[in-house]
Design a protein around this ligand. Structure first.
Ligand code: PLP
Length: 415
């Protein structure tokens, strides 16, 4: 038992300072959940010298606890990176990258189909700090090259692009930026570290060609529950990591450990879920392609979809666990024939029984969102046929039930 203490503290004090510490070894499937704002130092010398930046010590909860570091290491491994920082959301991952890599007078280039709020951050916040913003056609390397300015200091990539799902020629875009010594960052939420390796686009372990930074909304597949918001910023270069880490610290974007715990719990099943979402999405995208009301299906693994050849080159080749080529997440969009009215399209979305009207994706419940794509694009939309875009996120329900649901809603709205 514990040593006698003189003078003996009162029971009230022992509710706070009780000396018992569990000593037996403890090993279980999930890592321990360590929560802290304050972290104790053994002496003043330690307080002055301990450095959290290289993870050799813990100094304050904002900079991480053992639980958060475990998730960082796992996400870095998942994405093929070396360093990872956790932030409060996927959007925070995007904003930290912008704040860390850019300064007044710089120019940042985004694909025109980039995640919408990423445009909002650049145009509202970065612009206020004197950073100018440009857009490139995601499927045109030539257009991207033509938009690069002498002061371009960051080029964003996204594969597949948001809502319209074009898959860009990542290799050529990264090669172009490398030749001009411009750092690249990718929004890797769709690929999630499973569809392709953003730091090794040749996929041969050479790391000859890859992006500098990956921003990933862990909110989506790593969480898989539709109940947690978190983001990760992954990199390989130590100098870039230090810049990101400094901005991360100055902004105070530490994450809550309850949320870290939830994601650590979901991570082991992520690959199983990802390929199950993918198989169901491909079946339903194929079903939607046969419907009279649908003029175009936007799914990078479907032949004829914008950028399909680039998807095949980057994510194809191997056969996945469901016998399908490559990996392609659980998302697709359709373009509804322009002869139908907006209220018919709204009726279609509202008539779905299993698909809920909601943003985000990666959870067990299928979701649907009608978009006004025209208001989201800064450049002429080159890949889409005229009509209204409806985006589906396929959950983990029985795919036969989802297909029957789509069929009854199509019938009700479009006859
Ligand atoms: C959801 C999403 C984000 C933002 O993630 P949040 O955690 O919701 O802020 C960023 N990029 C893409 C592609 C996303 O789908």
């Amino acid at each position: 038992m514990t040593e006698p203490r003189t003078p003996a503290p009162s029971a009230l004090t022992d509710l706070i300072h009780h000396p018992y510490e569990p000593t037996a070894p403890f090993s279980a499937p999930q890592p321990g959940v360590f929560k802290a704002s304050s972290i104790f130092f053994p002496n003043v010398q330690a307080m002055r010298s301990w450095d959290w930046k290289d993870k050799s010590a813990f100094t304050y909860g904002l900079h991480g606890t053992p639980t958060a570091y475990i998730l960082e290491e796992r996400i870095a491994a998942l994405e093929g990176g070396k360093h990872c920082l956790l932030v409060t959301s996927g959007l925070a991952a995007i904003s930290v990258v912008g704040l860390a890599m850019l300064r007044a007078g710089d120019h940042v280039l985004l694909p025109d189909n980039v995640y919408g709020p990423s445009k909002g951050f650049a145009e509202s916040e970065l612009a206020r700090y004197g950073v100018s913003v440009g857009y490139y056609q995601p499927l045109s390397v030539e257009h991207c090259a033509s938009q690069i300015q002498p002061n371009t200091r960051l080029v964003w990539l996204e594969a597949a692009g948001s809502v319209s799902m074009e898959f860009p020629d990542l290799r050529a875009l990264v090669q172009l930026c490398k030749e001009k010594a411009i750092p690249t960052a990718i929004d890797n939420t769709w690929g999630a570290g499973l569809a392709f390796n953003v730091f090794d686009l040749d996929g041969d372990g050479s790391h000859r060609l890859g992006v500098d930074i990956s921003a990933h909304a862990l909110t989506k597949y790593p969480s898989g529950g539709g109940d947690v918001l978190m983001g990760a910023i992954t990199s390989r270069d130590p100098a870039i990591h230090r810049r990101l880490q400094a901005t991360h610290m100055h902004m105070g974007f530490g994450v809550g450990v309850n949320d870290v715990e939830t994601i650590l719990r979901s991570l082991p099943s992520m690959s199983l879920r990802y390929y199950a979402h993918d198989a169901a999405a491909r079946q339903l995208a194929g079903f939607m392609a046969q419907q009279a009301a649908v003029v175009q299906v936007l799914h990078p693994a479907l032949a004829g979809s914008p950028g399909h050849a680039h998807w095949k080159a980057q994510c194809g080749g191997k056969t996945g666990p469901h016998g399908l080529e490559g990996a392609a997440a659980g998302l697709f969009s359709v373009v509804i024939d322009p002869r139908y009215t907006q209220s018919q399209i709204d009726l279609f979305c509202e008539s779905l029984r299993w698909f809920k009207l909601a943003y985000s994706w990666g959870g067990p419940i299928s979701l649907v969102v009608p978009y006004r794509i025209g208001s989201m694009r800064s450049l002429p939309e080159e890949s889409l046929k005229p009509g209204t875009v409806v985006r589906f996120s396929i959950g983990l329900e029985d795919v036969a039930d989802l297909q029957a649901d789509l069929a009854q809603a199509l019938q009700k709205a479009f006859g």
